[in-house]
Design a protein around this ligand. Structure first.
Ligand code: UGA
Length: 439
């Protein structure tokens, strides 16, 4: 009999996981407390912009392998494996992860489990969470000790979520028994057969892997951003520097693009949760360098504002500023901890009129920063602008005709915060062009 899988939480991670499990050939039910999201998903539509996800959802809601519900009773004794995919955002006013969504999943699911089940956490949590959750299932579920907890962290990158789900670059199974490992090997048989490497560990190791990976990626980005500042002073080019060190296979070129710093729903909060957990475990000192990583990241945003300020050579008050990009990176409509939106908001606080254009993220941006002005095209955003800031690296911005944009601005001044535009082309069209980190 084919395995039955439930996926609890159907935002970014859960929607990808549910669609991916159906693509692997399993019967899947996704559960979410948000009725409108469930309705959308049952129509085969993702609750967010993610390339390739809608068609995958549609295929499997049509075949009947995949459906979504708000009712936990439909999954409790139906599924062999329950994946927990709810969010673990940063706690308000604290660095630690907020586990309230994970906890409420257990509140609802535990009393309903009457037969053996494997519950697999995929959310990013502090080390020690799996064991604590398992204790709760053992005391709160009628099935008691027959409920087992495993941790299987995910490494999905937004804008590549479908590919990362179907063809993971590695699988980490944090398990406390051979039976749990075998079950997970069954669930991921397709990618394993394709060659995805598997690391089997205890649950604590698996819980740490995700935070460690994101902390390392954040460190790489802050390293190159720190060097961008050094390049500015020395007259060096940080992009060429990254190319040159990136050829060393031990270093690698990935995550070495200098820019406005990392953002998104993961790197910033995972780094902080990692530091917070280290503190709780009494080993805060060994994580001190991560504080520097976070600080460099925050300073990056101020640096871009300073460069733009120098360029206009006047106070912000009364200036018109065009911001190209609102998403935290290209390919997504996610604006969580977006450097672009933060920079736009801070410049507005200095008294400028800021108009933002993003090909996908305007709706989400408007919810977070309703006081900014939003345009529906680059040219509309740039109309009468005293300075243009390029802050999210959408391909559309690379393809702009500098002469066409110059015709609508008040002053042809541009800051390429992403170091992605063709400086020669913009300068040749008469722009004063600055890219922090490049001469
Ligand atoms: C990140 C990790 O890359 C995934 O492996 C992980 O699974 C995910 O977080 C998560 O925790 O769920 P994501 O947030 O989608 O994925 O985005 P990345 O592509 O890693 O970019 C993160 C931020 O770093 C973005 O703001 C991006 O613009 C910035 N970045 C990235 C740079 O500034 N420079 C680079 O060279 C690369």
């Amino acid at each position: 009999m084919t395995l039955r899988i439930s996926v609890i939480g159907t935002n970014y991670l859960g929607a990808n996981t549910a669609a991916g499990m159906a693509e692997f050939g399993f019967e899947v039910i996704g559960v979410d407390i948000d009725e409108s999201r469930v309705k959308l998903l049952n129509e085969g539509r993702a609750p967010l912009f993610e390339p390739g996800l809608d068609p995958l959802l549609k295929t499997h809601t049509d075949t009947g392998l995949l459906r979504f519900t708000t009712d936990y009773r439909e999954i409790a004794d139906w599924a062999d494996v329950h994946f927990i995919c709810v969010g673990t955002p940063q706690t308000d006013g604290d660095y630690a992860a907020d586990l309230s969504q994970v906890s409420s999943v257990v509140d609802t699911l535990a009393p309903l489990l009457t037969k053996p089940a494997l519950v697999v956490g995929r959310s990013t949590v502090p080390v020690g969470t799996a064991a604590a959750l398992e204790r709760r299932f053992h005391t709160e579920s009628p099935a008691g000790q027959q409920v087992e907890l495993a941790w299987q962290p995910e490494f999905l990158r937004e804008a590549h979520g479908v590919d990362d789900t179907l063809h993971p670059d590695r699988l980490v199974f944090g398990v406390a028994s051979d039976a749990a490992e075998q079950r997970l090997r069954e669930v991921f048989a397709t990618p394993i057969a394709e060659g995805s490497p598997v690391v089997v560990s205890n649950r604590q190791t698996a819980e740490l892997v995700k935070g460690a990976a994101n902390a390392f990626l954040a460190t790489k980005i802050s390293f190159i951003n720190a060097l961008a500042e050094m390049c500015d002073v020395a007259g060096a080019d940080v992009s060429l520097l990254a190319d040159a060190i990136g050829f060393d296979a031990r270093i690698g070129r990935g995550m070495l693009n200098a820019g406005p710093g990392y953002g998104g729903g993961c790197l910033p909060k995972d780094l902080r949760a990692f530091m917070a957990r280290a503190g709780e475990l009494g080993v805060e000192e060994i994580m001190t360098f991560l504080r520097a990583v976070d600080e460099i990241n925050r300073r990056r945003r101020s640096r871009i504002i300073d460069v733009a300020h120098d360029l206009i050579g006047a106070e912000w008050l009364g200036r018109k500023v065009a911001v190209l990009g609102a998403a935290f990176k290209a390919g997504t409509d996610d604006v969580r901890s977006s450097p672009a939106l933060d920079i736009a908001g801070r410049i507005q606080l200095h008294g400028a009129t800021v108009t933002v254009y993003d090909p996908q993220a305007t709706e989400n941006a408007r919810l977070v920063r309703p006081t900014l002005t939003y345009a529906s095209s680059v040219l509309e955003a740039c109309q009468g602008a005293n300075v243009v800031l390029h802050l999210t690296e959408w391909p559309e911005f690379r393809e702009l005709d500098p002469a066409e944009v110059k015709a609508v601005v008040a002053d042809p001044l541009i800051v390429d915060g992403r170091l992605a535009l063709d400086a020669d082309a913009w300068r040749a069209a008469g722009w004063t062009f600055r890219a922090p980190g490049k001469p």
